[in-house]
Design a binder for this molecule. Structure first.
Ligand code: GUN
Length: 280
């Protein structure tokens, strides 16, 4: 059976390290504060935002919560972000996505001061990642690199295939694997013969958003499989983009859903908040 990459355990280890670091910073009178903005009350977003605030409290990061009504205008949201940009005591600003349809997400992301862009979504952060300069990195792909490294999986020289090309996961994932000296292919919905492409992978990262799409026919024997998807199946059970039971006997290591990639996103957000606090 494959190595199970335990995201819960690895994220807990990272949070423990950060808790110690935040404690030491407090002794130097450095306090870290994250502002969390949610517009509307999408239930999934409320759960994510709640988990982020809980993680802050656990690590010793202050969090400011802004729960704005669905009908908030773009101008009102931009004004709040500009005010938070100016506030010295706020180190990080997180606007939970998706935003209501009448608000232009790109403009909102661009309004966040890149020094406080702990989500790593600002074009300046993405550009810095692209050319190997310092900047915040999107939390889910950064978490996946930590999962690989802390599980003793070498990236340099490996064939890495990323299925999915979103701005939040697929694209930054490809750039990070490249930074780690992987040989990277990005596949997507228009890729011809996806099975042949994904069979090249020593490390396969799947972020397609379709439950259990990836079966053993997509895999080379011994591949490492990272599953970014999270869905509820017909029995209300959580599952990923990968058909775990089908794939597990063929691969060398795999992330479960839940308990794989998911917990890493918040751990890396906390990491980015601590970095923001130290840099400011
Ligand atoms: N919505 C889903 N994932 C994320 C995330 O990582 N950050 C933000 N801000 N919104 C999200």
């Amino acid at each position: 059976m494959p190595q199970i990459i335990d995201g819960k355990e690895i994220s807990t280890a990272i949070k423990e390290e950060l808790k110690i670091e935040v404690g030491k910073l407090k002794e130097e009178n450095i306090y870290i504060c994250l502002a969390v903005i949610q517009v509307g009350n999408d239930p999934a977003s409320s759960v994510y935002v709640g988990n982020k605030k809980k993680a802050c409290a656990y690590i010793g990061i202050d969090s400011l919560s802004f729960e704005l009504p669905e009908e908030t205008t773009q101008e009102e949201l931009l004004k709040l972000i500009r005010d938070l940009n100016e506030k010295k005591e706020v180190n990080g600003i997180l606007v939970q996505l998706p935003l209501p349809k009448h608000i232009d997400e790109d403009e909102v992301i661009r309004a966040i001061d890149p020094k406080k862009d702990v989500d790593g979504f600002h074009p300046q952060s993405v550009g810095a990642l692209c050319i190997g300069q310092h900047g915040f990195v999107s939390c889910t792909p950064a978490g996946i690199i930590q999962l690989l490294k802390r599980s003793g999986i070498e990236i340099a020289g490996k064939e890495c295939v990323v299925i999915g090309r979103s701005n939040i996961v697929g694209k930054p994932m490809a750039l990070l694997l490249l930074r780690e000296n992987g040989t990277v292919t990005v596949a997507h919905s228009r890729t011809k013969d996806l099975k042949e492409v994904s069979k090249r992978a020593d490390i396969l990262v799947v972020a397609v958003g379709r439950p259990k799409m990836i079966t053993k026919e997509y895999l080379k024997e011994g591949a490492v499989v990272i599953d970014v998807g999270i869905h509820r199946n017909e029995n209300n059970k959580l599952c990923g983009d990968v058909d775990y039971d089908d794939v597990a006997p063929v691969c060398s290591a795999i992330t479960p859903v839940p308990g794989g990639v998911g917990p890493m996103t918040i751990a890396m957000l906390m990491h980015n908040c601590v970095e923001a606090g130290k840099a400011q």
